[in-house]
Design a protein around this ligand. Structure first.
Ligand SMILES: CC(C)(COP(=O)(O)OP(=O)(O)OC[C@H]1O[C@@H](n2cnc3c(N)ncnc32)[C@H](O)[C@@H]1OP(=O)(O)O)[C@@H](O)C(=O)NCCC(=O)NCCS
Length: 153
């Protein structure tokens, strides 16, 4: 298996994988997400270029097996750690034919290595049920947080 860093040319692939996650583990219908894929593609294209979205793509036998990414955002430096950036893991997705073979674990390992080398203060994520044990095994812990959605709908 080859894991490579995504470029802006991969924006549409990452947007398609994001939609696949929302369809599979969210309550979203494919038809409702189709227009959003173009919006995400444009967003990822810019963010991959300016380094605020860092993606990794797993390939096997020349075919895409999965991907995952981290959205980098400003964060207040903590005592003893001067970094001012943290990350949110996004849209880890593995093709159904490639599952249970360690693809997601390998992608996450790249994300963790990147996060450490970029000195991100922390990584957060919203786990799906099937991914929860993987994240726990990698050291992620439940955090006591609340979210208020301000967007319409
Ligand atoms: C969750 C997902 C990314 C796992 O990908 P994968 O490549 O099959 O995962 P791995 O083979 O690396 O397995 C990692 C661990 O996750 C666990 N796991 C994987 N699939 C699982 C499933 N369907 N149910 C329960 N646990 C599962 C296993 O315990 C495995 O642990 P092990 O390495 O000790 O065997 C994949 O099933 C997927 O894309 N699901 C739909 C989208 C999704 O839920 N994405 C996560 C968003 S937070």
């Amino acid at each position: 298996m080859l894991i490579r860093r995504a470029t802006s040319d991969d924006a549409e692939l990452l947007a398609t994988h994001r939609a696949a996650v929302w369809i599979e583990v969210g309550d979203w219908a494919r038809a409702d997400l189709e227009p959003q894929v173009a919006v995400w593609t444009a967003f990822f294209s810019g963010a991959l270029r300016n380094g605020t979205y860092v993606g990794f793509i797993a390939e096997r036998d020349g075919r895409v097996a999965g991907s995952g990414a981290v959205l980098i955002h400003a964060s207040i430096p903590r005592p003893g750690f001067a970094s001012d950036r943290a990350g949110r893991v996004q849209s880890v997705y593995v093709d159904p034919n490639a599952r249970h073979q360690g693809v997601a674990r390998a992608i996450m390992q790249y994300i963790l290595d990147f996060a450490r080398s970029a000195q991100l203060i922390s990584l957060s994520l919203h786990p799906s049920d099937p991914a929860r044990s993987l994240y726990a095994a990698l050291g992620f812990e439940a955090a006591d947080e609340m979210t208020l959605r301000l967007a319409p709908g």
